[in-house]
Design a protein around this ligand. Structure first.
Ligand SMILES: [Zn+2]
Length: 342
């Protein structure tokens, strides 16, 4: 037996010298006699939050869940064929689920300004759609894991009023954030909340229904304020009009101590394609030409200024910067940092 193992090890050494990949497999085979040590896999993930400081602001990314992004969503908004789009996705090694559909994140963010605890977007909550993999959004679990409580949030702003950005504020018809005032952008409120549902285009109606349901408890409690994109909120946060995805789609720019971060909502959905080809739009854009114009102009500016971007559908934590690369961009995620010292 011993002689046999020695022989196979020698073979492994020879094979390794000829082909390192093949050799590794053979070397592994030589270890068959090692005693088994079957330890149960944990099959859990780290808590869904990530934190960084941007000047004086403490920013916490909160994972709400995972979304599915079929390539077909892009096909009507580009000259690229499905095969070309799939090649780009595979070229970036973007993850796909068991059905071969590319997956992405649903992110929300919490900013502690020192005076306010502001939630930016709120995940999908009870929302139901084929793009969601979870039955319920994980926003509150992630927020609690990050050390905060829902009742500490005093303001909620939304980049826009699509279901995957708003529904986490209401659970079973009740307010999740009992001490929070909602700040709604004027045009998005008029479209998604105030207009009678039957007056809206057919594809917008399910979103509007979700918006009506989600906002009602806050309307009843008198917890709604309205702003116009471009307004300064809380005396320090610049709201930035980023039209196209929805009529009132808005970013939120925080600047402090020479650093800037822009929460850009749904300027981008498919990182694998739209980073290198920002001209490609998506079915979810209510005005794809306007969304394209916004994206192209914004990315150029953000790359030049090295502004940190927080993206609702960029792989979690969705925080990073843009580097111009040819006509497109490369995404440079933030690196893990620590707060304490050992
Ligand atoms: Zn979205």
């Amino acid at each position: 037996m011993k002689k046999k193992i020695m022989a196979s090890m020698a073979a492994a050494v020879i094979a390794f010298s000829m082909n390192p990949f093949m050799g590794a497999a053979v070397a592994g085979a030589a270890q068959i006699s090692a005693p088994a040590n079957a330890v149960k896999m944990q099959q859990t993930q780290v808590p869904g939050y990530y934190r960084l400081m941007v000047g004086k602001y403490e920013v916490t990314a909160l994972l709400d869940g995972i979304g599915r992004l079929p390539t077909s969503l892009l096909e009507n908004h580009t000259d690229f064929t499905k095969a070309q789009l799939d090649a780009m996705i595979d070229g970036e090694l973007a993850p796909r689920d068991k059905d071969g559909v590319m997956i992405g994140a649903i992110n929300a963010y919490l900013v502690n300004t020192g005076d306010h605890l502001i939630l930016i977007d709120a995940g999908k909550g009870e929302g139901v759609a084929p793009i969601y993999t979870d039955k319920l959004g994980r926003l509150v679990d992630s927020l609690k894991a990050s050390g905060y409580k829902p009742e500490q949030v005093d303001a909620v702003v939304f980049t826009h009023l699509h279901s995957d950005h708003i529904m986490g504020i209401t659970h079973e018809g009740k307010r999740v954030f009992k001490n929070a005032t909602l700040y709604l952008q004027k045009k998005d409120k008029a479209f998604w909340v105030d207009a009678p549902i039957e007056t809206l285009p057919e594809p917008a109606r399910p979103f509007a229904k979700d918006a009506h349901y989600t906002m009602q408890p806050y309307v009843d409690a008198g917890k709604i304020k309205v702003y116009t994109s471009g307004d300064t909120l809380f005396g320090e946060v610049q709201s930035v009009p980023l039209p196209g995805h929805t009529p009132g789609h808005t970013g939120f720019l925080f600047s402090s101590q020479g650093e800037k971060i822009l929460f850009w909502g749904d300027v981008m959905h498919n990182v694998a394609v739209q980073m290198q080809h920002p001209e490609v739009a998506i079915d979810f854009d209510s005005d794809d030409a306007a969304a394209r114009t916004t994206r192209l102009a914004l990315m150029k500016k953000l790359a030049a200024n090295k502004t940190i971007v927080a993206g609702a559908h960029i792989p979690f934590p969705g925080l990073g910067r843009l580097l111009q690369e040819g006509e497109g961009y490369r995404w440079v995620p933030v690196q893990y940092t620590v707060f304490d010292q050992h």
